[in-house]
Design a binder for this molecule. Sequence first.
Ligand SMILES: [Zn+2]
Length: 566
Amino acid sequence: MASRPFKVVILTSVPPQRVARIMTRICREAPEAQVVGILYAPFLPKTLQKRIATWRKKGKRLVYWRYVLHRITAAAGRNLSRLLDAGIRFIHAAPRWPNGKPGDALAALKAACAANQVELFISPDIHADPALDFVRGLNANLGLVFGTKILKPALFEIPKQGSINIHKRKVPDYRGGGAVGLWELLDDQKEIGVTVHRVEAKVDVGAVFRSALIPIEPFDDLESLALKADVLGSDLIVATIRDFANGTVTETPQIGPSKYFRKPPDEDLLQMKKKLAAQRKNEAYDNPSRRPAWELLLKSLVYAAPLTLRNWRRRWQGDFPVMILRHHLVSDRPHRSGVSTVYFLRQVNYLLRHYRVVSLSDAVELARKGGVKVPTVAITFDDGYADNFVNLRAVTEETGLPIGYFISTGHIASGREFAHDQMSNQQGFPPNTWEQIEFLRRCGYEIGSHTRGHSDCGSTDEEFLRREIGGSAEDIQHKLGPTAHFSFPFGLPQNISAPAAEIACASYKNVFSAYGGGNFQADARRILKRGDFPHSVWELELQLQSVLSGDVNEPSHLKVRIDERS
Ligand SMILES: [Zn+2]
């Protein structure tokens, strides 16, 4: 594309799906630049000879044998959970891959490159002559080093303006390797840094182009910090490339004393993780199961057989309900409606293994059309909390999860915290900004309305309801274009008056409650049902199977079917 003069080449060794992700982001978010090529040198597994040499060296240390034992028990645990998964799939009458069998990631990268007119060169040695020739031939302005071994100037100096690299810690204080956040957590730091800097022959010493800080919050661990650093790091890469392309880039040299850290061997890392877990035990996210384990176990055993029969019948008849779940915020600080980043990822991974996970629009279409032969779930978030911008996005980038995102537009505009938080004395949880909402929409989130001021629509004051329900549709229309979706704040029957239901259904194509239940085509309601996200995965499973749902007293205006006039 001749209209995009600023050319970028990516030099990388990370798994193909991560390469495809960063390439797609640059193509989507930096229209001033064009990724012209990718030099891909996948990390190769160690040879048997090298492995034997390692065993001989490490075998003298006791911690190494502890690590080996840990690996063996972890593998046994994985096999056990595979067995459990197979059992759950049988009860669900679900296929082996409800979201499609994961394909060949390298083939997918090749296809993505072809679609974006990006040349891909795969080389076992990143410094081999053909690899260097490939990069020279691209005539690129900038190189992006994205997860490789240490590179030589012969490669990273080929692009006209040199190369940039991402470093997921603060420089110059924390140069070098090791898991993201490891040294900072051990040092009891309050934050980690992410920087994009110039690649130099000496590791991590180059001038800094952009940087960001990630606070270390009570529920953070190595996994959550790595997820957040990934997503913020990609944000910084895109922003730096745009700076280069627009000629607005600034370089800040690193000054002050520096420290270089060496990546610890796996067996030492395990010991460090144990130490960290013990240190941070009091702060760990408490998986708040609302019911005792014995009750869940009893219910699971009693219902297993009838649920299996019911689900196989649903599969044959194609009448599985479409379940829609509601969360509020992914946060690593305590909040009564929050879930930690790592625990949310666990919930999502469970859902992806056992349910077909669809977008909100697809969920509505399936619920209306019927013929649902696979257990199906959609995930929504209410209110629009700022914490989601990094934490939720860290999980959706990692998993590709589609999100329906309902916002109270008055709060987004004013930045005012939610009244329900103030009432429960929960401070410091502001809403998203419009800029963030626009960004989330570009990432594929479906933005819906949740009134202007997070108002209780149990009111019968029609003027007030019109302002709140219709007004927020106008706000979204004005900022982002029209939206089809609306969810009632609080969402219980008492929070949805008859006039509120009328006004909402007149203003939006799809309207959602939040008092639980599934959406069946045979009983296609005008107002679609959603249920809360229980915190523990076990409760989530039982709720999705309708084992835990209690009786709800629905007034007649909530029972109106889509084809009826009320
Ligand atoms: Zn709400």
